[in-house]
Design a protein around this ligand. Structure first.
Ligand SMILES: NC(=O)c1ccc[n+]([C@@H]2O[C@H](COP(=O)([O-])OP(=O)(O)OC[C@H]3O[C@@H](n4cnc5c(N)ncnc54)[C@H](OP(=O)(O)O)[C@@H]3O)[C@@H](O)[C@H]2O)c1
Length: 248
């Protein structure tokens, strides 16, 4: 039995679908009850013991907007210590060991907790998801211009990352595995241009440098994987699919 935390999230949904399609038994963890779900809260640890019953592999995808994810990881590892498993797969982010962003630094702390725990593990770092990049553009839907940060991204499709996670389940504990990036590195200006073109929007795109240590980390490309990455789906295809579904 595979327990997936964050099963209701952007990456969790395609991951659960692909695992089931490849014949795995899956238990989806959520704070909200629902069909085929187990209810647990990683902030408090409530429900984790029952969630782990009969589980051999955990894919940890949960992330909380207002909490430190390393706290979630500590709660999870504490529960796993009482109910040992064969394999913990942790979804991390490319460059977390070198990036100044607080969310990324906390992710790195989670990685360190996993490595120190003695639990057989795989840590996969991915670049930013297509939908994450697109949020910047949809937030500016009504703005006469699109403002973007002056650096490049290597966005990746969650379907591609989910496929990689299924491969990692089948591979067994593999430690740190190579970074997983999207098929192309594109400046944010170009990503905005592709998004606007797909949505038949004509407006100017302005790029602005991001100040401080966080801006320097992005400008240095700490968040980028090797080029081209292993992901197959391009951002332009994601933008076109989004525009089609909005028109339906
Ligand atoms: N977004 C990106 O660009 C990106 C890039 C690389 C890696 N990642 C990593 O990939 C993972 C998945 O990201 P995502 O974008 O799919 O996340 P997401 O869509 O924001 O989903 C977050 C998930 O976490 C669960 N969750 C939040 N707080 C919880 C708690 N206290 N207890 C139990 N579950 C909790 C939510 O479940 P319920 O609400 O159902 O409880 C939800 O399913 C994260 O670790 C993220 O850091 C993201």
């Amino acid at each position: 039995m595979i327990l997936v935390t964050g099963a209701t999230g952007t990456l969790g949904r395609p991951t659960v679908s692909l695992l089931e399609a490849s014949g795995h038994s899956v238990r989806a963890l959520s704070r909200q009850p629902g069909p085929d779900r187990v209810v647990a809260d990683l902030s408090t640890g409530a429900g984790l013991t029952a969630a782990l019953s009969g589980v051999t592999t955990v894919i940890h995808l949960a992330t909380g907007a207002n909490t430190h994810d390393s706290h979630h990881m500590r709660q999870l590892l504490r529960a796993i210590a009482a109910h040992p498993i064969d394999h913990l797969i942790f979804m991390s982010i490319v460059g977390v060991d070198r990036h100044a962003l607080g969310y990324y630094r906390d992710k790195y702390l989670s990685e360190e907790f996993v490595v120190a725990s003695g639990v057989p593990y795989t840590i996969l770092r991915a670049t930013q998801f297509h939908s994450f990049v697109a949020k910047l553009f949809t937030a500016q839907r009504r703005s006469p211009v699109t403002l973007v940060p002056a650096f490049s991204m290597q966005p990746v499709a969650v379907e591609d990352v989910a496929q990689r996670l299924v491969e990692l389940v089948d591979a067994g504990p593999s430690g740190h595995v190579p970074d997983f990036g999207g098929p192309e590195q594109l400046h944010f200006r170009e990503l905005a241009r592709q998004w606007n073109a797909a949505h038949s929007v004509r407006k100017t795109v302005w790029s602005l440098p991001v100040p401080g240590a966080v801006g320097r980390s992005f400008a240095r490309g700490v968040h980028l994987a090797t080029r081209p990455g292993d992901g197959r789906i391009r951002f332009a295809a994601f933008a076109e699919a989004d525009a089609r579904s909005a028109a339906d």
